[in-house]
Write a protein that binds this ligand. Structure first.
Ligand SMILES: [Fe+2]
Length: 286
């Protein structure tokens, strides 16, 4: 086809993909092309703006390495991650809701025993977590692998500290015979997503703040159940209604209780005030 113009180019591209043997790929890529072209026509995209977009995406790629995922951050801050989560994880009443995975999960975190202190040197006010994993009928889910990861009191994940050679505030635990999970960590605080890359520039340019309300990430994997990727948010956080990645769900807000110095839930003597969190996760059977 020759003499392409702004009106016939979309169909020309779709026609060129007509021999695609993967029907799902054809559907997804075809739709992407239609929407991209419609977007360009709608805003009357200039060549300079197109190049700015290319440079932005290039910078986003250059920011990525094995510890930094700027594309997930871009997806998160544009709401695409939460849209995808919401479409694919509609849960029946009573089953724990999902939220964004985020850019800070690390595969292969250390497996630790029940009751362990997963902070491993991360700083913050002490927090003792008791969580229970059950099926919708209340029966315990035994032997579930639970990934936990969170930021420290400076709002940083271990992977954001380049000189750190071991994991902090990150571990995998296994639920016991009653479905329980108990560990010590530090109190999560609100933190800004990384703003030193192109996503940070986008937030500034669009008049947005970079903050996420305080939370702990959980990923629960158990045979016979759907994988659950979620957070528990700390009640009372000022950013609860303006999470930069749109991830807050009311059902995921946990109650973090503060206690004076004294005896901790694990029996240890605490010379400083500490916090406790109890939260139940209900998994959806496969
Ligand atoms: Fe997070």
């Amino acid at each position: 086809m020759r003499n392409i113009d702004e009106n016939n180019i979309t169909q020309a591209v779709l026609d060129r993909m007509s021999a695609c043997s993967n029907p799902r790929l054809k559907e997804v890529l075809g739709s992407l092309v239609r929407h991209l072209h419609d977007f360009a026509r709608e805003v009357k995209l200039t060549e300079a703006e197109w190049m700015a977009g290319i440079e932005f995406l290039t910078a986003t790629g250059h920011m990525c390495d094995d510890k930094r995922q700027e594309f997930i951050l871009l997806s998160d801050t544009l709401g695409l991650s939460m849209l995808t989560v919401a479409m694919n994880n509609a849960k029946p009443e009573g089953v724990t809701e999902s939220t964004v995975f985020g850019p800070f999960h690390v595969a292969g975190a250390p497996h630790v025993a029940q009751g362990a202190d997963i902070s491993a040197g991360a700083t913050g006010e002490p927090l003792f977590v008791t969580a229970r994993v059950t099926a919708p009928d209340g029966k315990p889910v035994v032997g579930a692998d639970v990934d936990v990861w969170q930021a420290d009191e400076d709002g940083l994940y271990d992977v954001q500290r380049p000189n750190l050679e071991h994991h902090q505030a990150r571990a995998v635990l296994r639920t016991d015979a009653e479905g329980y999970l108990r560990f010590r960590t530090v109190l999560p605080v609100a933190y800004p997503v990384p703003t030193d890359g192109p996503v940070g520039k986008m937030l500034v340019a669009t008049g947005r703040h970079p903050w996420r309300p305080a939370h702990i990430h959980f990923m629960v994997v158990a045979t016979g159940f759907e994988r659950l990727i979620t957070h528990v948010f700390r009640d009372g956080d000022p950013y609860m209604d303006s999470d930069v990645v749109f991830g807050v769900r009311s059902s995921l807000i946990g109650q973090f209780d503060q206690h004076p110095a004294g005896t901790a839930p694990d029996g240890s003597a605490m010379g400083v005030p500490f916090h406790t969190l109890a939260f139940d996760f209900v998994l959806q059977p496969v």
